[in-house]
Design a protein around this ligand. Structure first.
Ligand code: AMP
Ligand code: ZN
Length: 477
């Protein structure tokens, strides 16, 4: 079975046929860097990680781009409230975002373009849109004339009401009930000047609208037509609808082949909102003692187009499921092998699970089915090992290989193990202190003390290696 995606544009499952055979070019709408993303955002970002890893697994040459929205209504307001420049305001948020990605075991995209670094490309698209009769200047701002683009509404299936034509909306985010000409470029306001979010253009000073940013960054990185564009379901209208109108209006070419949208995460059955106090960050969950791998597991465990209701009970269950996977891997690693052991069913089970896993993910990235196959494998392989604890080396290797291949996509076990090995910062500080004491002792030629400290560290499981650059250390396994 070939790889299929549900394409929002056609409202149907379609075989994935990339523009250039063997290459997949993907653009994901990234975070608006005015505050650290919440776990709902991370549902969408982890979906992107799954897509990235699975395209890789299938053998595509992947170029994966995720933008950072560092200039929009929210970032400008945030910078102004803190009385700092836009860059100063967004810098720590961007840093925190990358830390969160590492914590959640997300493979890095190939590029993370920042909107503020692509203003020239935005201006160029707007210039082309004006030339081609899709945009007009009004009071120093530039608006997209939606009546000039017959395809407007094809993604989100919104209906253009005649009465709205010629009316304008300047906000970055607006409702379906508010379909109007939208801002490509916004004339500079006092608040924009205050935070340094002002650029010169043929139409005067100002700053870009949010939608033009993604048209410019995606086409700059991936070309005028590319394969896949993703985002949360809320972005289909107006953001992605407007991106299509801008890009296709400027180039006269199709913009994107496949549009993938992730359903929003609920928390304890409710929409996340500040007023309900149910907006959790990654740190909030970690402070409650939940491991990153369990959070990754929970956020990826539902199909991306189905509802996922985040609950603390669900997180406990994810932690238990993960434990089962890690226990199984450890059991396999400890399993005795003998060349003359009777052939076990592990080899067959390994082939079956890889086949079922691929079939599930080929079907529009159906993670629940992939997990069902994985846990069937764990159950049956455990039963086989109960019956016959010593197996031929090739059987054990086949089971290990299957588990590792699957985890190259899911990264549940890998992340759980990396987390278990992660060094407690208090321990690290103590080790550094004792190593400094040891260096002092050596400088005094007090080798007895130096050796005693080394023994003390070894007793704590710390392995010290002396290098020309000074001592290095790691925790023994
Ligand atoms: P933003 O930082 O608001 O631009 O959002 C970043 C990404 O997270 C976008 O793709 C949003 O559609 C997505 N997103 C926002 N809220 C949720 C949610 N509750 N569940 C899943 N994805 C979300
Ligand atoms: Zn976007």
């Amino acid at each position: 079975m070939p790889l299929r995606f549900y394409n929002t544009l056609s409202r149907s499952l379609e075989e994935f046929v990339p523009i250039e055979p063997g290459t997949a070019r993907v653009y994901a709408c990234g975070p608006t860097v005015y505050q650290l993303p919440h776990i709902g955002n991370y549902r969408t970002f982890l979906f992107n990680d799954l897509l990235h890893r699975y395209l890789d697994w299938k053998g595509f040459r992947v170029k994966f781009v995720m933008n950072l929205t560092d200039v929009d209504d929210k970032t400008i307001l945030g910078a102004s409230r803190q009385g700092v420049s836009l860059d100063t305001f967004t810098e720590p948020v961007i840093r925190g975002f990358f830390q969160d990605l590492d914590t959640l075991g997300v493979r890095r995209a190939h590029v993370y373009p920042r909107a503020t670094r692509h203003i020239d490309e935005m201006i160029d698209i707007i210039r082309r849109l004006i030339e081609r009769g899709h945009a007009y200047v009004a009071d120093g701002s530039v608006y997209y004339d939606i009546s000039s683009f017959p395809g407007y509404g094809k993604l989100s299936r919104v209906e253009l009401a005649e009465v709205r034509r010629g009316e304008r909306v300047a906000a970055d985010e607006y409702e379906k009930s508010d379909i109007r000409d939208f801002a490509l470029w916004k004339a500079a306001k006092e608040i924009d000047r205050e935070v340094g979010a002002v650029w010169s253009t043929p139409w005067g000073e100002g700053r870009p609208g949010w939608h033009i940013e993604c048209s410019a960054m995606s086409m700059a990185e991936l070309g005028e037509t590319f394969d896949i564009h993703t985002g949360g379901e809320d972005l289909a209208f107006p953001h992605h609808e407007d991106e299509i109108a801008q890009s296709e209006g400027a180039t006269g070419k199709p913009f994107v082949r496949y549009w993938l949208h992730v359903k929003h995460l609920l928390v304890e059955g409710e929409k996340m909102s500040k007023s309900k106090g149910n907006v959790f960050s990654l740190l909030d969950l970690r402070e409650r003692g939940f491991r990153p791998a369990a959070i990754r597991y929970l956020l990826l465990s539902a199909h991306y187009r189905h509802e996922l209701n985040f609950t603390f009970d669900g997180l406990e269950d994810a932690q238990a499921a993960l434990r089962r996977l890690v226990d199984f891997l450890e059991r396999l690693e400890r399993t005795h092998v003998a060349d003359d052991a009777p052939t076990s069913s592990l080899g067959d089970l390994a082939r079956t699970v890889i086949h079922a896993f691929e079939e599930a993910l080929d079907d529009d990235l159906n993670v629940p089915n992939a997990l069902a196959a994985l846990f069937t494998f764990v159950r049956e392989a455990n039963a086989a090992l109960d019956r016959c604890p010593t197996v031929p080396p090739a059987d054990r290797q086949a089971a290990l290989d299957a588990l590792h291949r699957i985890d190259a996509v899911l990264n549940f076990i890998g992340l759980a193990r990396a987390d278990a090995r992660a060094v407690d910062p208090d321990l690290a500080a103590w080790v550094e202190r004792r190593l400094a004491d040891r260096q002092d002792a050596r400088a005094r030629r007090d080798f007895a003390t130096a050796d005693a400290i080394r023994a003390e560290l070894a007793a704590a499981g710390v392995i010290v290696e002396d290098t020309p650059q000074g001592p290095r250390w790691k925790l023994g396994s």
